[in-house]
Design a protein around this ligand. Structure first.
Ligand code: PXL
Length: 281
């Protein structure tokens, strides 16, 4: 069984970061080791959230793992709270990177043209620096614009996305995937660039007209899980995009849906079927 280390916060209530990554990657048949960077009462879209920084735990926890000879087939970082923690990730990569493992970075910090609470320009620059260390990065368009100092647009064409992908590639990751990319009305999806071949891959599915918190974390978790289960990155991003879309659809049908996240718990059995189907194909 493959083993993933995922590093992100615990938002106790809110269906995002570790409360998504741990159940989803585990359900995909991949051991999931967690390193919580902070404990929050809720994610930062709730007013008045509490925040306990766990930066001082990162070094002793990883030192203990090292002493136990632990290793990881992938390291997946998501929401990190501070510039200090971004710097700590560089040390963590130095310690646990091997010639074969996958460094997957989701530079979670912004959406819809805006930074999340508590983040600033220094945080953006630090995240851009961290992306240099990745095998694969999966920013949304807002995060990509911030890191590449590109004007954020809600209406764009293929040239704009192509330019963004190539600017992201200059940050240094091997594969760059942009999420939330729509090339026609009623569609949304992802666009990726493999920097070694120069090949671009686009995947579009039907747009579900609702925006939900935590769907980026769901997308990344499914991508990492699928890659650990032997999928290529284009196969993984396609599976993840399809699964996120069907989960948003299922959530919309729930009369008691929460405002703060999607009902992935309800659709995990479908994800299991999708994984089986792909294995047969
Ligand atoms: O889903 C991304 C995310 C993760 N963790 C925390 C957040 C957010 C987005 O706002 O606030 C604490």
């Amino acid at each position: 069984m493959k083993r993933v280390l995922t590093v992100q916060d615990i938002s106790c209530l809110g269906k995002c970061s570790l409360t998504v990554a741990l159940p989803v990657i585990s359900a995909m048949g991949v051991e999931t080791v967690i390193l919580p960077t902070a404990v929050l009462s809720t994610h930062t879209l709730f007013p008045g959230f509490t925040y306990k920084d766990l930066s001082d735990q990162i070094e002793p926890i990883t030192a203990h793992w090292q002493a136990q000879g632990a290793g990881f087939d992938a390291i997946y970082t998501g929401y990190l709270g501070t510039v200090t923690q971004i710097e700590q990730m560089k040390d963590l990569f130095r310690t646990f990177r091997t010639p074969d493992n996958l460094i997957f970075i989701d530079p979670v910090m912004a959406d819809n043209g805006k930074l999340y609470a508590n983040f600033d320009e220094a945080y953006v620059r630090a995240n851009a620096g961290l992306c240099a260390q990745a095998d694969i990065i999966v920013p949304n368009i807002t995060e990509a614009c911030l890191m590449t100092e590109t004007e954020y647009r809600t209406e764009y064409d293929k040239t704009y996305i192509d330019t963004l992908l190539h600017r992201l590639a200059l940050l240094g990751a091997k594969t760059v995937v942009l999420t939330g990319v729509s090339f026609s009305e009623g569609k949304t999806g992802v666009a990726g660039l493999d920097t070694s071949s120069g090949e671009t891959t686009v995947y579009q599915n039907d747009l579900v007209n609702a925006s939900y918190h935590g769907t980026g974390d769901l997308f990344s978790s499914v991508c990492v899980g699928a890659m650990m289960r032997g999928r290529t990155w284009p196969q993984a991003m396609q599976l993840a995009a399809d699964y996120v879309a069907l989960t948003i659809r299922a959530t919309l049908e729930d009369p008691k849906k929460p405002w703060y996240g999607v009902n992935f718990e309800e659709t995990l059995p479908v994800l299991m079927e999708m994984l089986k189907e792909e294995t047969k194909a």
